[in-house]
Design a protein around this ligand. Sequence first.
Ligand code: NDP
Length: 515
Amino acid sequence: MTSTAQPETAETNGAATDSIAVDNPATGELITTVPLLDAQALAELAARAREAQPQWEAIGPSGRARIMRRAQKWMLDNAERVLDTVVSETGKTYEDAQVADFGYTVSALGFWAKEGPKYLVDEHVPSWNNPGTTGKKLILRYAPVGLVGVIGPWNYPITNAFGDCIPALMAGNTVILKPSEVTPLSSLLMADMLRECGIPEDVFTVATGDGSTGAALIGEVDCVMFTGSTKTGKAVMRAAADALVPCYLELGGKDPMIVCSDANLERAANAAAFYSMNNAGQVCISVERCYVEAAVYDEFVEKVTDNVRALRQGAPTDVGTVDVGAVIFPPQLDIVDEHVRDAVDKGAKVLTGGHPATGPGRFYEPTVLVDVDHSMKIMREETFGPTLPIMKVRDADEAVRLANDSPYGLGASVFSKDSERGEQIARRLDVGAANVNDAMINYTVLELPMGGAKTSGIGSRHGAGGIRKYCSQQAIVVTARMAMKKELFMYPYKSRTSRMLAGAFKLMYGRGKRD
Ligand code: NDP
């Protein structure tokens, strides 16, 4: 495997006045530059996408599904190229790219190709509540909104960017994807893929650029799907309000893990180490804090620390060479270190790690902290790095209280051998998704919604709602050909018909008890 792969279109995507350098965070090497598209370039892309939309809609669900299935096979046939591209611009390990970027996307392409058309079938709705609609045909139709703008972050440059384009396209929309400025190459590769798989021109385009490009995109589209930080999400929602278009926000998280005294400790410790450190902790739903019942606290901490201490970190040179990769976004290294320093200053103890790692690339040592509390940033703010603070709690009630003591509400996990008890605890957590005896796995369950509560987001991806959100719901009411010349309530108004209607209302709605 090489680490300098780049898609063919890296240099060519619309008129641009400036360019952005893309480098490899694990080595610091420059890979290439991409255009920084301005508002005018965005307007041109949008005009072309709008022109292409009717033809794409007319292809129908099965025609669109065929292209998605071809893309799925293309991914498998070009796996090395895909992984090289992701690894080169993120500095993550091959395994992190394989499971979450590659694995998710091949699964999602097949899922939406198969299930998408089913979710969009017209619904024929019975009406029993209104005598005026008796005998009419009532149809709920899911029509594409038109042009969807998807804005993505840098942590999973395929999954959290292109992944959301798949249902938007399957619904019959054209899509403009604005990837993060630090990881645009994976999205450009996805554009190459769809082109090779036969998608018509201008149906899917990638607008490379920075935050200003994302802001300009919002004014051009009929619907915005945004994944990123809560801070930027608020700005996106304000801009969407000005444009009066719907927006869906998948934002930050501070996911708690609760370990009960009856947990399978081996499994819980392995999960805590993996789900806090994989992708170098740069996962919206990574385990960011851990609450452990006092009876098993010492044993759990020892197991997790041994596990984390054994992790190999560095620039991946091939499969299986390292466990923890680079910090993708330059400012993130300072945020992670600031959270660790703040915790230590307030009395936390570092059991392993605790510093930025040396090397030509950007790395932070896999870090385990204890003696932490909620006065510390590391327990309250999104760290988004390879850190795991562990806190001892009296019992599950205290764990639930602390888990809910957060502005975020993305995901959570509960470990207990009594899965019924685990489920009951999960129901008490104010989060969009909770896993019992596992973590993070809900993202791969495409049948269920994935979205955040509180400041972690608005709306969700996946499931029926994950494709219907890219549609406008059109109601069609059809009156049969054999209908009467006119309805009873039409002109001219007559006292006899008014009395008849009053009787009909009484008959229909007036029966039954009055409380
Ligand atoms: P940011 O919010 O910084 O950026 C996200 C995207 O928005 C980028 O493409 C960025 O462009 C763009 N952008 C920046 N400013 C604007 C603007 N004013 N208008 C429109 N778009 C703009 O997030 P990060 O890229 O730093 O990603 C990390 C965050 O994403 C974390 O908080 C993480 O929790 C969250 N996330 C949430 C997920 C979820 O499903 N809930 C999944 C994955 C990550 P550019 O980068 O070029 O500046």
